[in-house]
Design a protein around this ligand. Structure first.
Ligand SMILES: [Zn+2]
Length: 372
């Protein structure tokens, strides 16, 4: 555009040969300069310089979510630039990393737990090779791993028979892995949403909905192990509570998938939906206290669950009130704003729930249905 305008104006001036020569040389140099400058622009684009960070006022309307965060926004960035912004400072960097680290943490915990049964299998093969003289040691090993000491009279049974009976007693792990899977889905979808939602309006809307669905999935799946293990010996309560929370979760997901509910205006409504799902847990929790009255691990499990509930509750308060950035707009653009605090508390809450679930699993592995 620039090149054409300059060229046309200069050419109209040319009446004699001298002038024409000067015009030609000026045109050529302008052309050359323009080529250089367009080449530099191309280089800048390749180096990522072109996609500079912008302020809140320069944002397209769909990205104006938090008016207390004033600077360091990415707006309408290509996917490649958005991906590499994982390693650049902007106001979403810590939002992406807080949940990405959480995702890898839960991935590690899942892999460690998936490998556990193999450790037990190896131990059993190892114990079979022992002679009857080592019966005591074998019994102790199995006792340590499966916690069956109170259920078997170790001195009166052959080691092999005892191992088979002990194996039958292993409690199902799938509800535990459902929770781990749900947590990983939530943490990863949140990281992806924060990383790529600066690309376009359509992708922004889609990813925000996936992010909310991730939160709902995490809440639903968190209930699975607790309800399954607490009510292991009362399957009708297992079904009632699991069906209840799944129905509530599906309702929440369908509601959140409507585009109008993804906007900033509905922040409190979304928080209310998530909280009501969490509060639903109070019913089976009170019920569980009675079912589990004699469980010596009850207090430690409850303590972990209280940490989880507090983390989620305080996190939601930060999310809704947008504290501390509302007190000092612009001060917390890069680090320390409410959404980052909310993310950290979500990971803390999920870890506390993981610890509570392990305690519950340990208790069921030890006592099965004999002691409730
Ligand atoms: Zn988030």
């Amino acid at each position: 555009m620039n090149y054409c305008e300059t060229n046309c104006v200069v050419k109209r001036k040319g009446n004699n040969n001298k002038e024409s020569d000067e015009t030609l040389s000026f045109t050529q140099s302008t052309k050359k300069n323009n080529m250089i400058s367009s080449h530099e622009e191309e280089n800048d684009r390749n180096r990522g310089k072109r996609y500079s960070l912008v302020s809140f006022w320069e944002l397209p309307n769909y990205m104006k979510d938090n008016e207390y965060i004033l600077r360091y926004y990415r707006a309408n960035w290509p996917l490649k630039e958005a991906f590499f912004s994982l390693f650049r400072w902007h106001n979403e960097t810590l939002n992406v990393w807080t949940h990405l680290v959480g995702f890898f943490l839960f991935l590690g915990l899942t892999l460690a737990n998936l490998m556990k049964p193999h450790v037990v299998d190896l131990l059993q093969q190892f114990t079979r090779s022992f002679s009857s003289g080592a019966e005591k040691n074998v019994s102790d090993s199995i006792k340590d791993f499966l916690g069956t000491a109170l259920l078997f009279d170790l001195n009166n049974q052959a080691p092999l028979k005892m191992e088979i009976e002990a194996l039958e007693f292993v409690i199902a792990r799938w509800p535990f892995f459902v929770f781990l899977g749900g947590s990983m889905f939530c943490l990863l979808s949140s990281s992806i949403c924060h990383l790529f939602s600066c690309h376009s309006h359509d992708l922004n809307l889609f990813l925000l909905r996936i992010d909310y669905v991730g939160i709902a999935v995490m809440i639903i799946t968190s209930f699975f192990p607790q309800i399954y293990y607490i009510f292991l010996c009362q399957p009708h309560w297992q079904i009632i509570y699991l069906a209840g929370i799944t129905a509530m979760g599906l309702f929440t997901i369908v509601t959140l998938l409507s585009p109008s509910h993804s906007t900033g205006k509905h922040r409190a409504f979304r928080a209310m939906l998530f909280c009501s799902m969490g509060l639903f847990g109070i019913v089976p929790a009170i019920h569980a206290c009675f079912v589990n009255w004699g469980n010596p691990r009850r207090n430690i499990t409850l303590a972990y669950e209280c940490v989880m509930a507090l983390s989620y509750l305080i996190g939601t308060l930060f999310y809704v009130t947008r504290i501390p950035e509302r007190w000092r707009p612009g001060w917390f653009d890069l680090a320390g704003h409410s959404h980052q605090i909310f993310h950290v508390l979500v990971v803390v809450g999920a870890l506390a729930h993981y610890a509570a679930t392990l305690k519950m699993l340990e208790w069921r592995d030890t006592f099965g249905c004999d002691r409730t």
